[in-house]
Design a protein around this ligand. Structure first.
Ligand code: S3P
Length: 428
């Protein structure tokens, strides 16, 4: 539990947010599958990515991690051993779904479990197409929920028309496809984040992308490389919003990933009228990054929908808080995927922000937020969801009185140094 009383405390200065969660997971996974030693720099030592490391260690991979530096020694696909223990993915949906894709292509038996939240998250979105490719999968409610056991190998390539824009689904199928016979193609309704495609190129694979369709050929091996992980824009988003809504603030966030499949939050800030600028553009291993600058802004409400949604899906909780401070109404739609995240984020965002006095209502596929609210202190709860915990903590910058946030431990899933960074930006 954390008691926060930060009302109108200006945020000033420069920080570097921790490494990108999606890219950190993939660097460990692909390094484990590659031939040779992969060095990872600015790795995110959050609980989710540590779960990925622990799973691959149980499959015989030598991984040495020292804070943000990781070295992974892979011996190709055949270097993955059949695990003697159950693979525990903790709270991490990305670990669960991408791992299922990898395991589907290997002639081993494995069993996956996770925490209580993982036990509620839908897995049939990956187990069904992986079964179609030839993997033998069993699990609670016919493979919908963990525990899940899988016996892989002997896969055939397929063309999968995904009903949802999900990078986890796309990645699982493409990773299985690397071990299938023939070609594997995934088409999505809107493009989801493309870190798998970019990183596979860095590991020497051939991947073809055409708008919302991605293809790989089976029988490809990966070659070890060096990966620099840029700052996570999903973590930076909390401070972009804090800087925009708190008086007399001016913040620089260094080396933040600006992969266009992830920058929806920047588009939204710009459309709402925020003072945001981007400098010092760079690129390493096909991932662009830059420095982001934000200062206190006058904001107006907008509509957020369609192909923008997958480009900011993890930022919707903090965008909802941003919208409470805008002039006019913000409407978020086409976002029913929020219901199957670490919590049902339509419910948790609406319920917890309402407790602080926000004018916000849930809809079937999103929410409607009426701006211009003055928030007042109360006890709120993350319900074990890291992004809800961070959003409610940032709410204390615009809340008169004390915000008591319960279950803030969950924040370590993606941003272990979150409160240190708040302290560094608010010290005088
Ligand atoms: C992720 C994809 C997204 C995102 C999650 C990380 C990834 O999930 O919400 O935090 O690393 O591939 P979906 O694929 O379910 O949209």
């Amino acid at each position: 539990m954390k008691k926060l009383s930060l009302y109108h405390t200006p945020l000033n200065g420069t920080i570097e947010v921790p490494g990108d969660k999606s890219i950190s997971h993939r660097a460990v996974m692909f390094g484990s599958l590659a031939n040779g030693v992969t060095q990872i720099e600015h790795f995110l030592p959050g609980e989710d990515c540590l779960s990925t490391i622990s799973c691959f260690r149980k499959m015989g991979i030598d991984i040495v991690q020292s804070h943000e530096n990781v070295s992974v020694t892979g011996a190709g696909w055949n270097g993955i051993q059949e695990p003697k223990e159950v693979l525990d993915v903790g709270n991490s949906g990305t670990t669960a779904r991408l791992l299922l894709g990898i395991l589907a292509g290997l002639p081993n038996h494995s069993c996956l479990i996770g925490d209580e939240s993982i036990g509620r998250r839908p897995m049939r979105r990956v187990t069904e197409p992986l079964r179609e490719m030839g993997a033998k999968i069993d699990g609670r409610q016919d493979g919908q929920y963990t525990p899940i056991s899988i016996r892989g190998g002997g896969l055939k390539g397929m063309h999968y028309q995904s009903p949802i824009a999900s990078a986890q689904v796309k990645s699982a199928i493409l990773l299985a496809g690397l071990n299938g016979i023939g070609e594997t193609t995934v088409t999505e309704p809107h493009q989801s984040r493309d870190h798998t495609e970019r990183m596979l190129l860095a590991f020497g694979a051939v991947v073809e992308t055409n708008e919302n369709t991605v293809s790989v050929k089976g029988g490809q091996s990966l070659t070890a490389t060096s990966i620099y992980v840029p700052g996570d824009i999903s973590s930076a988003a909390f401070f972009l919003v804090a800087g925009a809504i708190t008086p007399e603030s001016n913040i620089t966030l260094k080396n933040v990933g600006i992969n266009p499949t992830r920058t929806g939050v920047i588009d939204v800030l710009q459309q709402m009228g925020a003072s945001i600028s981007i400098t010092n553009h760079q690129e390493k291993n096909f991932e662009p990054f830059a420095d982001l600058h934000i200062s206190t802004s006058n904001l107006k409400g907008i509509e957020i929908s369609g192909s923008l949604i997958p480009r900011l899906i993890d930022e919707i909780p903090i965008i909802a808080l941003l919208a409470t401070q805008a002039e006019g109404t913000t409407i978020i739609k086409d976002a029913s995927e929020l219901k199957v995240k670490e919590t049902n984020r339509i419910d948790t965002v609406v319920n917890e922000l309402s407790k602080l006095g926000a004018s916000i209502e849930a809809t079937e596929d999103g929410m409607i937020i009426h701006g211009g609210a003055t928030l007042s202190g109360n006890t709120v709860n993350s319900y074990g969801d890291h992004r809800i915990g961070m959003m409610l903590s940032i709410a204390s910058f615009i809340t008169e009185g004390i915000v008591e946030v319960e279950n803030t431990e969950a924040i370590a899933v993606s941003y272990p140094t979150f409160f240190d960074d708040i302290q560094s930006l608010t010290k005088r």
